[in-house]
Structures are given as structure tokens and as C-alpha cells.
Design a protein around this ligand. Structure first.
Ligand code: G6Q
Length: 540
């Protein structure tokens, strides 16, 4: 990897792209969306096919985006990351100064993994998990009454919740008979109350997930669940599992039924395929399903090393995103899965993308002179069609959209109404939305006029299986880090969340005794905020 590589702001290709962006491809022009255009703008990757004819690109744009990716050494940086380069750093400033090796924990299917040491560590944990799951299955590990565990309660927040939850929710259709999962993330005690009300604690494993072992919310929720176990006459040590960093305050195997480890070179939001997601997923769908999921992710990781954008699906998505955000100046990105199982996936992407690429300095500490990560949001279709799609079609804000859909559904249960299945209705709606956004519709009535020319792409697979879910996760993780390389930022730290955390613990200290707070903004804010809660006072 050449250290003198460009970033978006300095890359010569950016000049060409800025020029091209003055007259981008017009999707509404007569004959713009020909069948030849649809055929030409397809990219296959693992189980997914990306259709991107409905983006505002032509051959010159694609060539310039390829040149930009080359000039920014996007693929070289990705390869270096996978081989252990210290990419989580800001030169000349105190920073985490770490490798980013989330791909190593699924690189278990080849004889020569990209970073053998990290993959060897991952294999040790996977092997521990395989043995543990077998013992659970065979009844060698049971509750105190000798009964099998049937449920798992996953307790964690941020990266220790969003990735795992989106994956596990997505794959619930494949759960082993009788098995179920629940989640607690928020320190809002009502989150725990809701989950616990639905949980049969006597037959439930509690998976406490915290890389640092210090996160306030998770520590509070762990104590809350332990109290509930004790109150139910159950021994927490027979039920609780720890997933944490080695040497963390939670790394105390005597307190847990089993401890599994993740490592400092795997960032929280990239940890879905590590033990952070694997323990709950493995319990729910079984070890073989977990391996299929990892295989899907590994397939994408390897194909993402291909320098030719046309053969590299995550790179194509990354560069189309850069085109829409940096050159066409669209500030947000909607990710709209036409799959109810993916209902938490946009929430995971919000964290993975916005925490990774919501940065204002480069990896050399300079203020960026270009836009970095977009605002990412989304909800499943078709639900969204009956809600916010109005703005997508006729609003003043143009929102590039990534649709995700599947030809077949997961459960195989469906029915024909008016000659078509529900799955066909779902799929047809997704394609129709992409076309409608692109082509628009003229009408004499301005209220019924659709300007069109609104870019989108479609990510399609046959079915949302464990393998496809692993691939989908890796496609987005890779897209995000590749955009970060193009922007020259550090996509692996999250200093931005520290200030709020520090202020919260200061205010928490004063909440029990407002008088201890010095006069000033904090005290006034607390007094004003707590005032309406004093119901008795407002009644008199
Ligand atoms: C993710 C972030 C953050 C983290 C949570 C939970 O990349 O670092 O969301 O995952 O704060 O942290 P712990 O796993 O340490 O409890």
C-alpha cells in the first residue's frame, strides 16, 4: 500500500466527477431506461445481485468512480485492513491505534486466512461455542432442575445489541424447535420489564455482552436480571454467560456458566459475526446455521478484494454512494428492505454507517474539506410505502435509496389472492418503487406530477437464509469501510459519543442531590427538567 495515496478531496478523478455531476444521467429522458441499460448495470456478489441501472450514472461516471477508487487505494486499504494494518488511528493524535480485524472471525474456510493469528483466536472461541452448544443440546448442561434451556436473553447495547439483534431477528425463521430469544438493551427499566415479562427465566440462558465490561447500561441490566433470577430461586451462575474482552471487569469466569471472548481489534459495531452475535445466534439456529452465516460473510470479504468495480459488489455500492453523496450532494440514504425479517437491519446500519463515517477529520488529523458519511435511515417495505414514501416521490429532498429484496420468503407459507402470492406482491412493489422513483410521471395536474430522476439501486437474493444474511452484513460493513478509505477518515473509532457519556455521568451524580450541583447551566437544566415530574406540587 502506497502511503502517498489520495483521498476524495485530493484525487484527480474528483475533478472529472464534479464536472460530470453538472449534467448527470437523466433517468427521465426519452428511452433512458432501456433493457440494455438494465442488463449492463448488474453486479453479482455471493448470493446477491445488485441492479443499479436506476442510478444517475453513465459509463463515463462509472469509469471516473473506478479511477477515484484506484486513486484512493480503496481496495488496497481494505486488503491491508484484512491483513492486520493498524487502520484505527489518527496520525499525530492520541487515538485507539488498533487493527480492525472483524473479517478475521469469519475467515475460517480457507487454508491461508488473511490474518492467521486473529483467525486462530476466532477458531478457538468458535470451538468452545460448538462444544457448549452440543452440551446444551444433549442435556449435559441444564438448569438446576435438570431441564433443558430453551430460551436466550441477550443483554447488551450499541454494537453489542444492534448487529446481533438485526441478524437474529432476520434469522428467527430458522430457529431450532422450541428455541427463542429476547433482548434487553436500554437502561430504561421498562425495556427489561417488558423482556422479562415474556421470559421463562427457569429455562433461559442470559447472554451478557459487553466488550469493555464497563458499559453502564449493560452492567445495570446484568444486575437487574441477576436479581430477578435470584428472586425466582435460580442461581445466576447456572444461567449467565459472559461475552467480553479478555481482562475486562466482566472477565471473571467464576461468575458465569461460560465466558467467551472478543478482541480489541474488533470494533463493537463490526462485531456481529464475532462471539458478540455468534453465541445467541448459535443457540437459536444451531451451530451449522451459524457456520452458514459466517460462510456468507467470508464469501463477500474475499470477493471484495477484487480491484475491478464491476466484479466487486460492495465496492460498486460504496462508489455509487460516494457519487450520490459527494457529487450529486444528496445528504441522506434510505435503506429499505422488502423483508419483515430485516426490520432491525436499518437500525444496525444507522450505527454501523453513522458511527463509522460521521467524522470531520482525516486520518492525519486535518479537517476534511468534503462531506463524509450521510444520514442513514429506513424501514421495511411495503410498510414504508404507506408512510414516508410520499416524501421520496414528491418531496423537495431527494433521497438515494437502496432496496433489499428476496425472490422467495423464509417460511414458505403464502397464499394466492387475486392470482398472485403475497411474496410476489412484496417483490413487485419493490421493483415498482425503483422504477417510479426513476421515471416519474408527468400530469397536467401538478399535484399528481412526479418529477422522477430519483436514484436507487436494488440488492436482490433468492431467499434470506443464514448464508445470505452473513453476506448482507459483510456487504454493508465493507461498503462502509471502503467509503471511509475514500474519504480518508478513521471509520473505526467513536470519540463523538464520549462527550455525551461524560456529561451524563456528571448529571447522574447531581440527580440524587441537586443541591450538590454548583449554580450554573447544569443545575438550572436539572431543576427545570425535573419540575414537571413533581406531580404533587403541580396539583396544589
Ligand atoms: C460500537 C461502539 C458502541 C459499543 C457500545 C457497547 O462500535 O463502540 O456502540 O458497542 O457502547 O460497548 P460494550 O460492548 O463495551 O458494552
Amino acid at each position: 500500500m502506497n502511503n502517498e495515496h489520495c483521498i476524495l478531496a485530493t484525487a484527480p478523478a474528483s475533478v472529472i466527477l464534479r464536472e460530470l455531476a453538472r449534467h448527470p444521467f437523466d433517468l427521465t429522458a426519452e428511452g433512458a431506461l432501456r433493457s440494455k441499460r438494465i442488463t449492463r448495470h448488474v453486479c453479482d456478489g455471493g448470493p446477491f445481485r445488485l441492479l443499479y441501472a436506476t442510478e444517475r450514472i453513465d459509463e463515463r461516471t462509472l469509469d471516473a468512480l473506478q479511477t477515484l477508487a484506484d486513486e484512493c487505494q480503496v481496495v488496497e486499504m481494505f486488503k491491508a485492513m484484512r491483513r492486520g494494518a493498524v487502520v484505527n488511528k489518527i496520525e499525530g493524535c492520541a487515538s485507539e491505534n488498533r487493527q480492525a480485524l472483524h473479517t478475521a472471525c469469519r475467515d475460517i474456510f480457507v487454508d491461508a486466512p488473511a490474518e492467521p493469528k486473529a483467525t486462530a483466536q476466532a477458531k478457538i472461541e468458535l470451538d468452545k461455542l460448538r462444544c457448549f452448544l452440543t452440551e446444551i443440546e444433549q442435556g449435559a448442561i441444564t438448569n438446576a432442575a435438570g431441564e433443558k434451556f430453551t430460551g436466550i436473553l441477550h443483554v447488551g447495547i450499541g454494537g453489542s445489541d444492534l448487529g446481533p439483534r438485526s441478524i437474529i431477528e432476520a434469522l428467527k425463521a430458522y430457529r431450532l424447535p422450541g428455541r427463542d430469544s429476547r433482548f434487553i438493551a436500554n437502561v430504561d427499566p421498562d425495556d427489561a420489564a417488558r423482556a422479562l415479562a415474556e421470559t421463562d427465566l427457569a429455562h433461559t440462558l442470559v447472554c451478557i455482552v459487553s466488550k469493555s465490561g464497563t458499559t453502564l447500561e449493560t452492567r445495570a441490566n446484568e444486575q437487574l436480571v441477576r436479581e430477578r433470577l435470584r428472586a425466582a430461586g435460580l442461581d445466576p451462575k447456572r444461567h449467565c454467560l459472559a461475552i467480553t474482552g479478555q481482562g475486562s471487569p466482566m472477565d471473571n469466569p467464576a461468575n458465569y456458566l461460560r465466558s467467551f471472548y472478543m478482541y480489541d481489534y474488533i470494533g463493537g459495531r463490526y462485531s456481529g459475526a464475532s462471539m458478540v452475535g455468534a453465541v445467541t445466534l448459535g443457540f437459536l439456529i444451531g451451530y451449522d446455521g451459524l457456520i452458514d452465516f459466517l460462510r456468507g460473510a467470508a464469501t463477500i470479504d474475499w470477493l471484495a478484494e477484487e480491484p475491478d468495480m464491476k466484479k466487486n459488489l460492495p465496492l460498486t455500492m460504496a462508489m455509487l454512494g460516494v457519487w450520490n453523496h459527494n457529487f450529486l450532494d444528496f445528504p441522506t440514504l434510505a435503506v429499505l428492505p422488502y423483508s419483515q425479517a430485516l426490520h432491525r437491519f436499518p437500525a444496525h446500519l444507522q450505527q454501523c454507517d453513522m458511527e463509522s463515517n460521521g467524522k470531520s477529520i482525516t486520518t492525519t488529523g486535518a479537517t476534511v474539506s468534503h462531506q463524509t458519511g450521510p444520514v442513514v435511515w429506513g424501514e421495511p417495505g411495503t410498510n414504508g410505502q404507506h408512510a414516508f414514501y410520499q416524501l421520496l416521490h414528491q418531496g423537495t429532498e431527494i433521497v438515494p435509496t437502496e432496496f433489499i429484496g428476496f425472490i422467495h420468503n423464509q417460511y414458505g407459507q403464502d397464499c394466492l389472492v387475486d392470482g398472485t402470492s403475497s411474496q410476489q406482491k412484496l417483490f413487485a412493489n419493490m421493483l415498482a418503487q425503483a422504477l417510479a422513483l426513476a421515471t416519474g410521471k408527468d400530469d397536467a395536474n401538478p399535484n399528481r406530477r412526479f418529477s422522477g430522476n430519483r436514484p436507487s439501486c436494488l440488492l436482490i437474493a433468492d431467499r434470506l437464509t443464514p448464508y445470505a444474511m452473513g453476506a448482507l452484513l459483510a456487504i454493508y460493513e465493507t461498503k462502509i469501510v471502503m467509503q471511509g478509505f475514500c474519504w480518508g477518515i478513521n471509520s473505526f473509532d467513536q470519540e463523538g459519543v464520549q462527550l455525551g457519556k461524560a456529561l451524563a455521568s456528571r448529571l447522574l451524580g447531581f440527580l440524587t442531590d441537586i443541591n450538590a450541583a454548583p449554580d450554573g447551566v447544569e443545575k438550572e437544566l436539572l431543576q427545570q427538567a425535573l419540575h414537571p415530574l413533581n406531580e404533587e406540587k403541580t396539583r396544589t
